[in-house]
Design a protein around this ligand. Structure first.
Ligand code: FAD
Ligand code: SF4
Length: 489
């Protein structure tokens, strides 16, 4: 049987054909030298790879090298590999296959095979590829929460129940999420990363006890804990943010899922089982299933379907560089309480939930006209769950509207009022979310109007944006606002 070459995000049992298959793993350190990753992300990936190697024992040839090529040169036997998760790695594997005996297999770890997505998208002429349509098609095809051809309970969508404002309490009062206990492998990884730092490798973010699952056993424990303690509350406050409750009811499963340690369908099956047992309400379960086989798979498939050039799209011509404090995850670089809070979350844990990513960090970058390619790279390096396939569509498309509306029909731009409604962060801020001018002007409120004004002509053509653009005409002080902010004019 061919030796299976596993990339660092192919760590679960599904990436082997039989449990005792011989394996090759290469821990290449060049990548850490090229770009400054979050220290906890580097730790998580190395820890997960080494935990997998420890499980595999004699089955694995585990090489620590500078580059993949250096590692591959040490192995002179036929190999097989599952499709990697970035265009760059895919091209690398294709080049290798022309040079040596390497069997290339389809991707694993996603609910919908690539061919099924292509059939679905081509049937629409490659246009109007709406997530909602893909999600319903997936529910039918995968037979998830269906009764014949109809959705269980008769409804596809519980979004309306899943958009509640934050409660008036400081936290959701849920039990602490499942946390891993570090072991000797983590200690070894920490020593190695310390050594790399002494040799001049630059990381961002704080080191800290590992927060995310790094082995199959840990991932299953984290999944079980989520299903019991957090899933029942998952949907309701999905769009809200609380200062004292970083994790809220989120699953914290994106990291093990993207490492290949969990399969999306086993997450879905566990959630549906909780609904059938009467342990979680339908709105929460549907909301979670929608994220996993809907949004996650949709993003994965668009990464490939939209082609390699998609990453370079910059329809809004956003060219400003990311400031140093943002790149270095330094919350003291801003007085905006919401932005400083979100950066602190990333600095301390390499994670923030969806709304801080989209409506605080991404929204700010969009309003400031920061370059979407630099921002994609920043998200990729700074988040524990960041990989090329998931960052490119989420940042270029969803967050920065740099594709001109392929992925999201309107930009996710919001002013201080939105943040004040959906978070409890404005209370302690030096700025006032209602003000767009003056000493206490909220940078999000001013930024929102300046963003709309910059792109007034383009957005006037967008039927979903018309009302927002017409709002500009009601601002009596627009000229002054523009004059006072020449960089954003
Ligand atoms: P939950 O809230 O518990 O959601 C359940 C699962 O749904 C997640 O674990 C994830 O696997 C999946 N999911 C939901 N939405 C998406 C989505 N848009 N794309 C992919 N998966 C999704 N997710 C990543 O996995 N990696 C990233 O690098 C990443 N970067 C993002 C960048 C931006 C600008 C935005 C707006 C979103 C990004 N997301 C990313 C999506 C989402 O924010 C995270 O998946 C989620 O916050 C992870 O936390 P969780 O596991 O607790 O998620
Ligand atoms: Fe953020 Fe503005 Fe609210 Fe301050 S007032 S927390 S800057 S939205």
């Amino acid at each position: 049987m061919r030796r299976r070459w596993l990339f660092g995000d192919q760590l679960g049992p599904a990436f082997l054909d039989v449990p005792d298959q011989p394996v090759l793993m290469i821990e290449s350190h060049d990548v850490l030298r090229r770009r400054p990753f979050h220290r906890q992300k580097a730790h998580l990936v190395l820890s997960a790879m080494r935990h997998r190697a420890a499980e595999l024992g004699d089955q694995v040839t585990y090489l620590i090298t500078d580059s993949y090529r250096e590692g591959l040169a040490q192995v002179d036997e036929p190999l097989s590999v599952c499709q990697p998760t970035s265009w760059a790695a895919l091209h690398f594997v294709d080049r290798l296959a022309a040079e040596r005996d390497l069997e290339r297999l389809p991707a694993r770890g996603y609910a919908t095979p690539r061919a099924d997505f292509t059939t679905w998208a081509d049937a629409r002429g490659g246009k109007r590829l709406l997530m909602e349509d893909f999600y319903r098609d997936s529910r039918r095809r995968l037979d998830v929460m269906m009764e014949g051809a109809e959705p269980l309970t008769g409804r596809w969508n519980y979004d309306a129940e899943n958009r509640e404002r934050p409660p008036r309490t400081a936290t959701l009062s849920l039990p602490e999420p499942w946390w891993p206990v570090e072991d000797e492998i983590d200690a070894e990884v920490r020593d190695d990363l310390d050594r790399l730092e002494r040799e001049g490798v630059h990381f961002v973010g704080e080191d800290g006890p590992r927060t995310f699952a790094a082995s199959r056993a840990e991932s299953l424990a984290a999944l079980a804990d989520f299903i019991t303690h957090r899933l029942p509350t998952f949907g309701r406050y999905e769009d809200a943010t609380l200062r004292e409750d970083r994790w809220m009811a989120h699953s914290l499963l994106s990291a093990p899922l993207n490492l290949g340690l969990l399969d999306p369908m086993e997450e879905v099956d566990a959630a549906v089982e909780a609904y059938r047992a009467g342990d979680a309400p339908i709105a929460s379960v549907e909301g979670f299933v929608r994220q996993v086989i809907g949004w996650r798979d949709y993003i994965w498939h668009l990464y490939w379907y939209l082609g390699e050039d998609y990453r370079d799209r910059n329809e809004l011509e956003a060219v400003r560089d990311l400031p140093e404090w943002f790149v270095e995850l330094d919350p003291s670089g801003t007085d905006a309480a919401c932005l400083s809070w979100a950066l602190t979350s990333v600095r301390e844990s390499g994670w923030a939930h969806h709304i801080p990513r989209l409506m605080i960090l991404g929204n700010y970058a969009l309003q400031q006209g920061w370059n979407p390619q630099q921002l994609t790279d920043w998200f990729h390096r700074s988040f524990v769950d960041g990989y090329d396939w998931v960052m490119v569509p989420n940042v270029v498309g969803m967050s920065q509207h740099a594709d001109g509306g392929v992925l999201a029909t309107k930009p996710y731009a919001g002013g201080g009022n939105y943040i004040n409604t959906m978070t409890d962060l404005c209370g302690t801020c030096v700025y006032d979310p209602k003000l767009r001018r003056g000493e206490k002007a909220c940078p999000f409120t001013a930024g929102y109007w300046l963003f709309l004004n910059r792109h007034r002509e383009r957005f006037a053509q967008n039927f979903r944006m018309g009302q927002m653009v017409r709002g500009l005409d009601r601002l009596s002080d627009l000229d002054e606002l523009v004059a006072e902010n020449p960089d954003l004019a």
